[in-house]
Ligand binder design. Structure first.
Ligand SMILES: Cc1ncc(COP(=O)(O)O)c(C=O)c1O
Length: 398
């Protein structure tokens, strides 16, 4: 017998958000796999590499040394020092360890930042296509998301002019994710500096999600954090997940002015407390050792991106922008929407999973209706098999 839960049991705010689409795809693919189906998984947003040996060794050594108790809430001084020194060395920022907090993942750093900054009715500018969680996290805090359309012909790049036009007296924050998930687009350095200046002059917070900052294939990685004169209005949100292939470890951080970090610390102290103690030691190893592994990952991602693009573009009717970073491609499948009873990318992704056994994430999760997101950190054989199945499925739609 099922017992139904009355509608009003749950707080109103939980009704404002949706189940993460990427998590939903992963669950559906796992269900098929449990039935013995061989699913080609282009859904998961994570590198396929093992976490590098020296990082694993640092965690093992910390556990063996019984470094397994609570730490101070923002993370041990060593991890905060490693974060600020890495960022300063790579991007010329000048944060102090009191301006850094280590969190259980970049998503938590973002979630907590939004919770402490955004009030009911505050406007937050968000370029489309956006990473699925930005919208829900802002809405959970009661904020109003102001969606900013970008042009596919311009590779979904956001410009300073477009941001400027979207600013109103109610704008509290702008979220930028460059390179971006899902389209791999990069805010050009000149535009980024203009956006930083605009935010600083207008007193708007610029939240820079740098989850993929090192996976920039168009040139040398850069960060808005190098604009040290605008520090009061910048929050850098970082993650070790993709940079060091540590998605399951849950390691992220925020760099921000002291009052913001003090409030992040207060919120973290009343929720998760410190991030896992031995993961902090592993993070120190990741951030302070040779960055050779990051360069190697980057080289392989570029090769896989080009391989994936060639295979996809060989499917009749499929077009795709060339992503300049991150590890996703965002093909336009509009040639097939309207065929086979499929009216949007949600239905297309769902049918492709159940009929061709290829997992992708529908564009609706990122604010567009004609695309799917394909994550390409897989083997070339998997790309061959997955794109073959996609091609057969799509061209078979009548
Ligand atoms: C744009 C973006 N930001 C943040 C995250 C969160 O990363 P994590 O919480 O694993 O550090 C992700 C993960 O997919 C992402 O794509």
């Amino acid at each position: 017998m099922t017992v139904s839960t009355p509608q009003n049991v749950f707080a109103e705010r939980i009704g404002r958000i949706e189940v993460s689409a990427t998590m939903a795809v992963a669950a559906e693919a796992a269900k098929l796999r449990a039935q013995g189906v061989k699913v080609v998984d282009f859904g998961a947003g994570e590198p396929h590499f093992a976490t590098p040996r020296h990082i694993k060794d640092a965690a093992i050594a910390a556990i063996e040394a019984n470094f397994s108790k609570y730490t101070v809430v923002p993370g041990i001084p060593d991890v905060r020092k490693a974060i600020v020194e890495r960022h300063a060395a790579d991007f010329g920022s000048n944060y102090t360890i009191d301006e850094a907090i280590f969190t259980g993942g970049g998503k938590l750093a973002l979630f907590n930042t939004i919770q402490i900054l955004i009030d009911h009715g505050d406007e937050v500018i968000l370029p489309v296509p956006y990473w699925v969680s930005f919208k829900d996290i802002v809405q959970y805090a009661g904020g109003k998301v102001v969606f900013l359309e970008t042009s596919e012909a311009e590779s979904f790049r956001i410009t300073a002019d477009a941001i400027e036009r979207a600013v109103t007296p109610r704008t509290k924050a702008i979220i930028l994710n460059s390179p971006s998930n899902p389209a791999g687009s990069i805010v050009p350095a000149g535009d980024l500096e203009r956006i930083v200046r605009l935010a600083h002059e207008k007193g708007i917070f610029l939240l820079l999600d740098e989850c993929y900052v090192y996976l920039n294939y168009a040139g040398k990685p850069f960060s808005g954090g190098s604009c040290t004169w605008a520090k009061d209005h910048l929050v850098i949100l970082g993650s070790l997940s993709k940079t060091y292939s540590m998605t399951g470890w849950r390691a992220g951080f925020a760099l921000a002015p002291k009052p913001i970090v003090a409030n992040l610390n207060k919120l973290q102290g009343q929720s998760t407390s410190n991030a896992t103690s031995f993961v902090q030691k592993a993070a120190v190893a990741a951030l302070t050792s040779s960055q050779q592994c990051v360069a190697e990952f980057r080289t392989e991602f570029i090769e896989l991106r080009d391989y994936m693009l060639a295979k996809l573009r060989a499917i009749p009717g499929v077009t795709c922008t060339t992503p300049e970073g991150a590890f996703y491609v965002y093909p336009n499948l509009s040639a097939y929407i309207g065929k086979g009873g499929i009216s949007n990318s949600m239905e297309l992704a769902s049918r492709m999973l159940s009929e061709a056994h290829v997992a992708t994430v529908p564009g609706e999760a990122f604010g567009t209706r004609e695309h799917v997101r394909i994550s390409y950190p897989v083997t070339k054989e998997t790309i061959d098999e997955g794109t073959r199945r996609m091609g057969e499925f799509l061209t078979g739609l009548k």
